[in-house]
Structure formats: structure tokens, C-alpha cells
Design a protein around this ligand. Sequence first.
Ligand code: AMP
Length: 215
Amino acid sequence: MRMILVGPPGVGKGTQAALLEQRTGAKPLSSGVIFRSEIEAETDLGQLAKSYIDRGELVPNGITIQMMVKRLRAPEIRAKGFVLDGFPRTVRQAEALDEELAKEDIRLHRVASLEVSDEVVVARLGGRIGCTKCGEIYHQVTKPPKREGLCDKCNSPLFVRKDDQPETIRERLRVFHEQTAPVVDYYEASGLLKRINGDQPTETVYSEIVAGLTG
Ligand code: AMP
């Protein structure tokens, strides 16, 4: 299965990508997760990306496209399929992805657009905490970890992302409306898009994504 999850920050793309992997085997490819691991490993790419990410801006297309194309060519992704999360985020990235898939004669099955209001995004990201090691996501109010500050799954420390601070959240939302909303129109025009209300329980959103794969 090969699909894309589009939506504003905090809508639950990462959570849905993890569920899709558990149940279909398709591998999640999250540009944000990849950037954060490059930053953690202090690579040149990580250092370059960090200044943009900390401000809530997009990392330039050229850098992002090159990084994602490399991952898409990995044998495991070829064999198991993918769930793209956070990429493409601009029309230029969507065009580059189309070019790459066409070159390899690979067909995309679906694009799910998870949609919520800006108020919901602000409320969700405001309390978000994540695991430094396995990437599991918690929320101070709606999904607190069993032991404060520690991951239920792997016991590693939890952290608040620097770009989940209120001013940066507002900037990320502005960037989403300006640069990523046109990506939804792009896929609507190609007939691949399924719009889903992201302000519903995780399992409901999941069922609608899966229904959209066949419907
Ligand atoms: P995310 O974890 O998807 O919210 O991404 C965190 C940050 O990484 C974004 O706010 C951007 O600065 C950067 N980023 C992630 N994906 C992309 C992308 N496809 N294009 C440009 N920047 C990106």
C-alpha cells in the first residue's frame, strides 16, 4: 500500500501512520521525524534543517526532496509500501514525488487529507509531549503517560518539541495554510484525495482512512 497523509501539525498523522504500519505493514516515512533524527545525530543536514524547524518555517524544497527521494528508494520501502507523513508539504514537493514515482513506475493509491480547525491544532499541540527514543506521542491532558515524564512503551524520557511553543505553532499554521493547503487541491485534481474529519476518535479516523483505500 502506498499513501500520503496530509494535514496540519497535530492532526494525528504520526499516530495514523503508526496504526497503518501495525495493521498493513506499510512503512511510515515522516519528513519531520527524519529531520529530527538528523538534528539529534548532528549531521550537516540536521544543522541546516534546524534553523528552519525551530522557527516553524519549511526546510527548502531542494534539501527536503533529495532527502525523501533517497528514503523512497530504500529496498524495504519498495517491498512494503509507504505512508508518507509531512511530505509533500508544497506543490513543488508533490510534483517531485510524482516524477520520482513515475520514473519507477509506482502508483500511489490514496491521499488522505485529515482536516481540523486551527483552534483544535492549538489545543492539541499545546499539551503534546513525545518520547525521545521511540517517538510515541502523548498529551498532558488527553493522553498522559502512566509515569510522569517517562514513555509507557520504552521508559525513555519525554520532551516538549521546541516548535510546539505557542508562537511557533501559530507560524506553522500560517505556513500550512499558505504552502500545504494547495497540495490538497493538487491531489483533489488528480482524483486521489479523500477528505476526513480529523476531529474524531483515533479509531474512527483510522476506519475512514482504510475505507477510503477501497472506496
Ligand atoms: P512535522 O514533524 O511534520 O510537524 O515537521 C516539523 C518541521 O520539520 C516542520 O515545521 C518543518 O520545519 C520541517 N519539515 C517537515 N517536513 C517538511 C517538508 N516536507 N518540507 C519542508 N519542511 C518540512
